[in-house]
Design a protein around this ligand. Structure first.
Ligand code: PXG
Length: 289
C-alpha cells in the first residue's frame, strides 16, 4: 500500500510520523473519511470544503490549496488501484514540543490513506440495528463545535464503548439539554407520520455529507424534512429511525433502549432512501427526480 505523506507517496512501512506530532500528543488536527465508488471519489469537494473549514476553525493552515489536495487524493487512490474503498485524509498540527503551544509546530502534516473498507454485514441492513442512548453526553457545542471533524474522537469513542457494553451496534448521543445530537459516527433521522426529523447541527451533530444528500433525496420524493430538537420520547414512539454516514450509508434502526421501532424491521421510507442513496452513490440518477 502506498501512503501519501507530506508530498511523497511512500510504502506503508516508510510512512511514519514523529512522536512529537501534536496530532499524536494532543489530537490536534482534522480528518475526513471519504468513499470511492466504482473508481469515483464520492463527494470529494464537499469533504474537502468541510476539511478546510474544520482546519480554519482551529487555525490550522493546510499547506496546500484545496485543488492541490484534490489532485493528490486522486493520485493516491490511483496508486493503490482502489475502485471501491475508503480514503482517510488527515492533517495534523505537525511536529512541536511537549507543550500545548500549536504555534511552535512549524508545518502541518498531510497524510492520505486509501484502503479497502470494512462495511457492516449485509444482515444489519436487512434486519436493522439495535441502539442505546449513550451515558456519554455529546461535547457541548459551544465548547468544541462538533462541526469540527477533529482528530480527537474520545467523546465518540466513549459512546462506542457504551454501545459495545450493551451488546448493540451503535450509541445515540444526547447534548447538554438532553436532546439528540447524533450517533457515535453517524447522523440520525426519525420518521413520524411521513415526516423526517433530524437534529440541527447546533444540537451537536456533524454536518454530515450523507445527511445532506439524504435530505435532498427525501425532498425530491416530496417527503418533508424538518431539522429540530428531538427528545428521547420522540425516538421511542417514532415510526422509523435510520442512521446516515460515509461508512454506514443509510441503515435502519429497529430498537432503541429496548423499545421496538415500528414493526421491528427497517421501515419503507428508510428502505426507499437507502435505495436512492445507493443509486446516487453509484452514479445512477434517482427515480422521480
Ligand atoms: N457524525 C460523526 C461524529 C461522524 O464522525 C458522521 C456523523 C457522518 O458524516 P458523513 O459526512 O460521513 O456522512 C460522521 C462521519 C468510522 C468513521 O470509522 C466514521 C465517520 C468518519 C470516518 C470514520 O466509523 N463518520
Amino acid at each position: 500500500m502506498k501512503i501519501w505523506i507530506d508530498g511523497q507517496l511512500l510504502d506503508e512501512a516508510q510512512a511514519k510520523v514523529s512522536v512529537f506530532d501534536h496530532g499524536l500528543l494532543y489530537g490536534d488536527g482534522v480528518f475526513e473519511g471519504i468513499r470511492v465508488y466504482s473508481g469515483r471519489i464520492f463527494e470529494l469537494r464537499a469533504h474537502l470544503v468541510r476539511l478546510y473549514e474544520s482546519a480554519k476553525a482551529i487555525r490550522l493552515d493546510i499547506p496546500m490549496t484545496l485543488e492541490e489536495l484534490s489532485e493528490v487524493t486522486e493520485k493516491t487512490v490511483n496508486a493503490n488501484e482502489i475502485s471501491d474503498g475508503y480514503i482517510r485524509l488527515i492533517v495534523t498540527r505537525g511536529v512541536g514540543t511537549l507543550g500545548l503551544d500549536p504555534f511552535l509546530c512549524k508545518k502541518p502534516s498531510v497524510i492520505i490513506i486509501a484502503d479497502k473498507i470494512q462495511l457492516y454485514p449485509e444482515e444489519f441492513y436487512e434486519k436493522g440495528m439495535k441502539v442505546i442512548s449513550s451515558a456519554t453526553m455529546r461535547i457541548h457545542p459551544m465548547s468544541l463545535p462538533p462541526q469540527i471533524k477533529s482528530l480527537n474522537y474520545l467523546n465518540n469513542i466513549c459512546a462506542t464503548m457504551d454501545a459495545i457494553e450493551h451488546g448493540v451496534q451503535e450509541a445515540l448521543m444526547f447534548n447538554h439539554l438532553g436532546y439528540l445530537a447524533e450517533a457515535s459516527g453517524d447522523n440520525v433521522f426519525v420518521v413520524k407520520n411521513g415526516i423526517l426529523y433530524t437534529p440541527p447541527t447546533e444540537a451537536g451533530a456533524l454536518n454530515g455529507i450523507t445527511r445532506s444528500i439524504v435530505i435532498e433525496l427525501a425532498k425530491q420524493q416530496g417527503l418533508p424534512v424538518i431539522e429540530k430538537d428531538i427528545a428521547r420520547f420522540e425516538l421511542y414512539v417514532c415510526d422509523e429511525c435510520f442512521l446516515t454516514g460515509t461508512a454506514a450509508e443509510v441503515i435502519g434502526v429497529v430498537e432503541i433502549d429496548g423499545r421496538v421501532v415500528g414493526n421491528g424491521k427497517p421501515g419503507p421510507i428508510t428502505a426507499k432512501l437507502r435505495k436512492l442513496f445507493y443509486e446516487y452513490a453509484h452514479g445512477r440518477k434517482p427515480e422521480n427526480s
